[in-house]
Design a protein around this ligand. Sequence first.
Ligand SMILES: C=C(OP(=O)(O)O)C(=O)O
Ligand SMILES: [Mg+2]
Length: 428
Amino acid sequence: MTSIDIRSVRARQVLDSRGYPTIKVRLDLDDGRYAVAAAPAGASTGNHEAAELRDRDSHYAGRGVRLAVEAVDSEINDLLAGRTWDSLQDLDDAMRALDGTPQKLRLGANSMVAVSMAAARAFALVDDLSLHSWIRRSLDRADILPVPHFNVLNGGEHARNPLDFQEFMIAPVGAADLPEAIEWGAAVYHSLGGLLRQLGLSTGLGDEGGFAPDISSPEQALDLVVDAIKHAGLEAGPGGVAIALDPAANGFFHDDGYKVAGKYYSSRELIDYYAQLVTDYPIRSLEDPLAEGDFEAWPIITNTLGNAVQIVGDDVFVTDPDRVLKGAREHTANAVLIKPNQIGTVSETFETLRVADSCGFAAMVSHRSGETTDSFVADLAVGCGCGQLKSGAPARGERVAKYNRLLDIAASDPEMPYGPATPRNELK
Ligand SMILES: C=C(OP(=O)(O)O)C(=O)O
Ligand SMILES: [Mg+2]
């Protein structure tokens, strides 16, 4: 393995896709080459995510990143610059030790993840590898072009409409290759836009570029998506375009139960409701179907629906290897969402991917609702070989940056396979 000699690490403030500041890092090597990376930001965050460092006193409604920039320019630069680093693991471990808190409160997970991503790119540069190849080698996996999960209809925390479920995604699992998958995704997106216009429904967009019509019923949303797939001349189902949901249930969990479209459900009733949706619609994946604290209910949904669909933990696992391991033992889910900024370093993200694999869990790499045009997660999805990436709608620059990066990678290696992953359900 090659080492990197760091000359300096500098940060500055840039805007994310919601118009809030985020941190961009430039890491310069002694040999004159450099790597950059920018941190994304979530809105519907899990309670145990690594903590962002934000200023309370800026014009950005308490969301400034001056302190995070300062942390990189001073303490992190002092730690990393003028030294040779033999591995990303060493570098990330040193940053974590410098931070000294379990949730990365002091230096901030936004600072640390941007530095860690830039450092991963620097290691790839020095090894003369593309980022996905470097990741593939680090994880000892095979490159796979992931099935893009396009979020075409937005609700929950990501839209100002009455729809409680957060994400209605389309997954072109039946496409022959990645370019066809992208083409199908875009076709369905435009078909959905046309359908909404015909019905006189709003075509305003949510945070991830999906449409945010003024509807509240998940069934109505699913009917619209299925119709859009059919109107695009495609099959709704595993041979064509399947559906993935991220209800993000933390967002509609209240003291007295789950409230969906004005109706209250107990955990058991909500699971029955999902079972009905899975029967009625071609759903392949259910992410955060329950609130992160609903410990007893998660194993019930995994054991009842986990063979029919992928049960993905996002807020409940927060890309934390220990939480995934515990979740595997307790049958919390059978798949994990992978968001590097949830845990705060790339090395820890790798560890979560390794743990997931050893538990028979599937993994899906993910963007955040607040994004930049940094396409790191596209390379991560390819290099870890998990077979699934969600990056919002097939529209808006910060979302298509990831899909276009996948197209570039596909063009660079025509032999690279395309395909979905499913949980192996080893822990029955
Ligand atoms: C991408 C998501 O949203 P956010 O970034 O707001 O957590 C998600 O919940 O999966
Ligand atoms: Mg989620």
